[in-house]
Design a protein around this ligand. Structure first.
Ligand SMILES: Cc1cc2nc3c(=O)[nH]c(=O)nc-3n(C[C@H](O)[C@H](O)[C@H](O)COP(=O)(O)O)c2cc1C
Length: 197
């Protein structure tokens, strides 16, 4: 790995940005097929991959502080995306999708999707510099990250949907995160059950 902390870009499908923007849609037609670790890593890379010196990323961050972390909930368990190493690490085995579904107002889509990427804010990173604006920046940045993931999912031919209806504290419990970590936003992703025409 270069000393800058940059990692090689994960190859995404060869579709133009304009095609991705045109075809991105919130889709719920997931099939049960699990996504592979490399597919999940590529989606996380799109959201938070390191692409520049000093840990600069695919998504912009106020003050280059990067207050967000990505976790992935799959039938295998809960994994964390290590942006600096471009690596997913399984933290807790076991299928937590039903519990995450409950935390997301029992929306079926979270129980059905083979993977949900959870965008989590880490308190204490931004506050020293931005004070009360820190929360605003975390939320704005969660949108940047989620859109990157959604466009990458589109480019990879997956269906995906952002989900904001979430009990933050219940989701924190599901992921067994400390009180400093607040789940903000979900992106459910998977292969489509609908045959392409
Ligand atoms: C901040 C935000 C929160 C959302 N939360 C949910 C949600 O909880 N459940 C859901 O089914 N869709 C959710 N959506 C998806 C919207 O319903 C969807 O974006 C909208 O219908 C427009 O469709 P499109 O994404 O295909 O353009 C959310 C979208 C955004 C931007």
């Amino acid at each position: 790995m270069p000393s800058t902390g940059m990692v090689a870009a994960s190859p995404l499908a060869m579709v133009t940005l304009e095609e991705c923007l045109r075809s991105r849609r919130s889709r719920r037609d997931f099939c049960w097929d699990p996504l592979g670790v490399d597919e999940l890593r590529r989606l996380c890379w799109a959201g938070q991959g390191v692409t520049g010196p000093a840990g600069l990323r695919t998504a912009p961050s106020a003050g280059a502080i990067h207050p967000l972390e990505l976790y992935v909930v799959t039938p295998s368990g809960i994994s964390h995306y290590d942006a600096m190493r471009d690596r997913l690490t399984l933290l807790r085995p076991g299928d937590r999708r039903p519990a995450l579904c409950t935390a997301a107002e029992s929306q079926d889509v979270i129980g059905l999707a083979p993977a949900t990427i959870v965008v989590v804010a880490v308190e204490g990173r931004m506050e020293p510099r931005y004070g009360t604006r820190a929360r605003r920046y975390q939320l704005i940045e969660a949108g940047h990250v989620a859109q990157n993931v959604l466009l990458a999912a589109t480019a990879m031919g997956f269906c995906a949907i952002p989900v904001g209806a979430l009990d933050d504290l219940a989701a924190r419990d599901v992921l067994e995160l400390p009180a400093t970590h607040t789940p903000l936003y979900l992106v459910a992703v998977g292969r489509s059950s609908v045959e392409p025409t």
